[in-house]
Ligand binder design. Structure first.
Ligand code: COA
Length: 307
């Protein structure tokens, strides 16, 4: 069963402070050449004054402006994050307050690591089907540089901060709103973010290449569509080499997979909505897309949407 949705607006916010690979060379023993060749990342953003909810709010404001709706029509906010600055109020709840929403509002955060945005989108899409909710705001926001271990060169070079947001309502197009979200708890030691990040990079890499293709195939099967029926894939922005390997295995051009990780690194749950927002800005015409992500847990998922 699919959950047809209409995307009304997408926005994003990234901090203005840029940390280049050359800046990272001053912090850990690494090089621009090593980082670029292993990951494709050239620079990332880092918060200065911003909290997670500040970025979530600014991304949401842009999404609402693009959606051209009255903010009071929003009655559901879900934020995917693993780096909220407070346990409660949730980021979603804080954003509701900053937006000045006065009506009934269900607001909560979810944690599905880097797959969080696709999980949140499925939950929101499901909740709006019964028309109990009119318009949902779905956010991915992370201040992940605050929890990095700057003595671990394996991980600290990979991540950056930012937020992306999307306004949706129930849609009529039955070809849209297919979701596949799942996890492999038996693999949860491969990427463990507690006080510190522990990661078996090679295992993550190999599993990601495999599960991205499988997740895409799951939504293609559900929708009875083919890869050729889509304009592009918007993948989680973790590593250019992971994306290239998937493209090669699926026998499509690498550019079929949109990337902006060169500028932002891996922004965890924010990576897909930031990429979507930039994609939409440069592709204003309607596009049919597959979103696909993976992350700690080990979580993974894919979705079919039109923006
Ligand atoms: N700069 C320079 N050298 C580094 C380095 C850095 N920042 N980080 C690691 N190295 C070294 C290692 O210590 C190792 O040296 P050694 O052989 O002397 O021990 C060498 O580079 C090779 O390391 P290796 O782990 O084989 O590199 P890799 O090709 O697997 O690339 C990652 C490492 C982390 C870039 C890659 O595994 C990866 O991207 N994995 C996925 C991670 C990910 O996406 N996580 C988020 C999921 S949401």
């Amino acid at each position: 069963m699919n959950l047809p949705i209409k995307v009304l607006g997408i926005g994003h916010y990234v901090p203005s402070k840029i940390v280049t690979n050359h800046d990272m060379e001053k912090i850990v023993e690494t090089s621009d050449e090593w980082i670029t060749s292993r990951t494709g990342i050239k620079e990332r953003r880092k918060v200065t004054f911003e909290k997670t909810h500040d970025m979530a709010f600014l991304a949401s404001k842009e999404a609402i402006k693009k959606a051209k709706i009255n903010v009071q029509e929003i009655d559901l906010i879900i934020c995917a994050t693993i780096t909220e600055n407070k346990k409660t109020p949730s980021v979603a709840n804080l954003v509701g307050g900053m937006l000045g929403i006065e009506n009934n509002l269900m607001s909560f955060d979810i944690n599905a690591a880097c797959t969080g945005f696709i999980y949140a989108l499925e939950i929101a899409s499901s909740l709006i089907q019964e028309k109990k909710f009119r318009k949902a705001l779905v956010i991915g926001a992370e201040t992940i540089t605050n929890i990095l271990n700057y003595e671990d060169r394996n991980t600290c070079i990979l991540f950056g901060d930012g937020a992306g947001a999307m306004v949706i309502e129930k849609g009529a197009n039955k070809n849209l709103g297919y979701f596949y979200n799942s996890s492999r708890p038996d693999m949860n030691q491969v990427l463990d973010i507690g006080d510190k990040i522990k990661m078996d990079g090679r295992k993550v890499f190999l599993f990601a290449v495999d599960i991205i293709e499988k997740s895409i195939n799951q939504v293609l099967k559900q929708s009875k569509m083919k890869l050729e029926d889509f304009d592009n894939v918007i993948p989680h922005q973790a590593n250019e080499r992971i994306i290239s390997a998937v493209a090669k295995s699926m026998q499509v051009d690498k550019d079929f997979f949109f990337t902006n990780l060169q500028k932002y690194g891996n922004t965890s749950a924010a990576s897909i909505p930031i990429a979507l927002s930039e994609y939409k800005a440069s592709n204003p015409k309607s596009s049919r897309l597959i979103l696909v992500g993976f992350g700690g847990g080990f979580t993974f998922g894919a979705a079919i949407i039109e923006v």
